[in-house]
Write a protein that binds this ligand. Structure first.
Ligand code: GLN
Length: 480
């Protein structure tokens, strides 16, 4: 078997059995990266660094040392995650030469678990987008069909895993940026509960919504990754002190007696018939295997997108104020005074979508509009949160489509911002509610494009999501 066809779990077994070395794996990954270069999935790669680390890990293993949970496996970070001495560009011209002065906690945790970071993935600039077409370094192509987008903003992170350039990657998700690309590329991605994973050293977009999470080729791989990433961090005061359980512990528990909530608000006319069909087939499968399907109500679901664009843009405008051409990133060559320096640096450094969000954010925060927009959005957020909490009191998980349609064509929505924003209609409410949700492949449409199913859990109950997802994945392996 080609090692690159293996899941992370399988390749760990092969490494531990001495069948393959990390040096071989790193070489195979780089060969694949070269062969699939046209995808533009990666913004940077570190061959020499990765090989040196693989050698060290191979030696440690050969000497009988027990390696960490990800011992010797090549992984990729999204390009908004700091890794000391490497570029962290956020796919922005503004940061094209910015070098990380320290490690993000998630990067450090991967290193401590003996993973090998081989590169950083392309993304929408500052994680704003749903198609990866907002990258200053060009769009990413979907490995399943290169005329289509991989989704965004973690499009590179999903594409690199789907194209088998590495065994797992990290993405970030503020409104769907892990789940939507995972769904479009046919891989597994989770947005953990808000507060589950530290964001220290991850460039902020909307701090009350951002979460880091893993993208993988299997559910078990995903749970293994989250085991490494989760936990409180003194450097991120929003990280939670909830105990971290072993997310693999319930993987094989099956779905007998599991209650699955279905809300009609997720099954709107916007759904393509093939997505609806796939979801219905999946729900039937769950029923046949002993799960109970219950109807739940999320009456305010359709307000979530408006709430999201007010809150996330307001926070983005504040977070991005630090990019002034003085402390970070590019500085305009010529300017008259300090105000002109800020103005020109920001005008030249940021792309169109980022400017749109900053303007929107400053508008909703400005005096006179604050109450009408920002405060109101915060109030509606509470309503949405309560609806999710109530719905999840009557069931173990909720199931919905991840997106209404499979991956769209490159360029198809670039001139229609509202159509682009609507792509996230089913993923955004999850961030607004702060609950965890995973996207898992649940079939293909007639053109062979992957369809994603979203499994939503209670706060800090990722383990049950993995249980429900793994049962489905195990019995649908042949469909892949
Ligand atoms: N597509 C959404 C946006 O552009 C979500 C992005 C994200 O989750 N980072 O805001």
């Amino acid at each position: 078997m080609d090692y690159l066809d293996m899941t992370l779990t399988e390749v760990l077994d092969a490494l531990n059995a001495g069948e393959v070395t990390s040096q071989t794996l790193v070489k195979l990954c780089f060969d694949k990266i070269k062969q699939t270069e046209e995808l533009n999935a990666l913004n940077s790669t570190y061959f020499d660094m990765a090989m040196a680390r693989a050698k060290e890990l191979d030696e440690r293993r050969a000497n009988g040392q027990k390696l960490g949970a990800l011992g010797g496996v090549p992984v990729v970070l999204k390009d908004n995650i700091n890794l000391i001495g490497t570029k962290t560009t956020c796919a922005s011209k503004f940061l094209q030469n910015f070098v990380s002065p320290y490690n993000a906690t998630v990067a450090q945790k991967l290193i401590d678990a003996d993973a090998i970071v081989i590169g950083k993935a392309n993304m929408d600039e500052f994680a704003m987008g749903s198609s990866n077409e907002n990258s200053a370094f060009g769009p990413v192509k979907n490995p399943v069909d290169t005329t289509r987008v991989p989704g965004g903003s973690s499009g590179g992170s999903a594409a690199t895993v789907a194209a088998k350039q590495c065994f797992a990657s990290l993405g970030t998700d503020t409104g769907g940026s892990i789940r939507e690309p995972s769904s479009f590329c046919g891989v597994v991605g989770i947005k953990p509960t808000y507060g589950r994973v530290s964001r220290y050293g991850v460039v902020a977009f909307a701090s009350s919504l951002d979460q880091v999470g893993p993208i993988t080729r299997s559910v078990k791989d995903n749970a293994l990754m989250l085991n490494v990433l989760a936990g409180q961090d003194p450097m991120d005061m929003t990280s939670s002190n909830q105990p971290v359980e072993d997310f693999t512990s319930k993987l094989d528990a099956g779905v007998k007696g599991i209650k699955i909530g279905v809300a009609k608000q997720f099954f709107t006319d916007a759904l393509s018939s093939e997505v609806r069909q796939s979801l219905e087939t999946a729900l039937d499968w769950y029923k046949q295997n002993g799960a109970e399907i219950v109807e739940v109500d999320l009456p305010s679901l359709d307000t979530a997108l408006a709430v999201y664009y007010i809150l996330s843009s307001a926070e983005a405008a504040s977070n991005l104020a630090r990019f002034d051409g003085v402390k970070y990133g590019v500085r305009a060559n010529q300017y008259d005074d300090v105000v002109d320096l800020y103005f020109k640096s920001r005008t030249q450094g940021f792309g169109k979508e980022v400017k749109r969000r900053i303007m929107l954010g400053n508008y909703v925060l400005s005096s006179g509009y604050y109450d009408a927009f920002y405060r109101k959005a915060k109030r509606v957020q509470k309503v949405i949160r309560n609806e999710f909490t109530n719905a999840l009191q009557n069931c173990d998980v909720l199931i919905s489509p991840t997106t209404a349609n499979p991956a769209f064509k490159l360029g198809e929505k670039t001139n229609d911002h509202v159509a682009m924003y609507l792509t996230d209609i089913f993923t955004v409410p999850i961030n607004i509610a702060g609950v965890p949700a995973l996207s898992i492949p649940c079939g293909k449409n007639s053109e062979g494009l992957p369809i994603g199913m979203q499994i939503i859990g209670k706060h800090f109950d990722e383990a049950t999501i993995y249980q429900v997802a793994n049962a489905f994945e195990q019995s649908h392996k042949e469909d892949k």
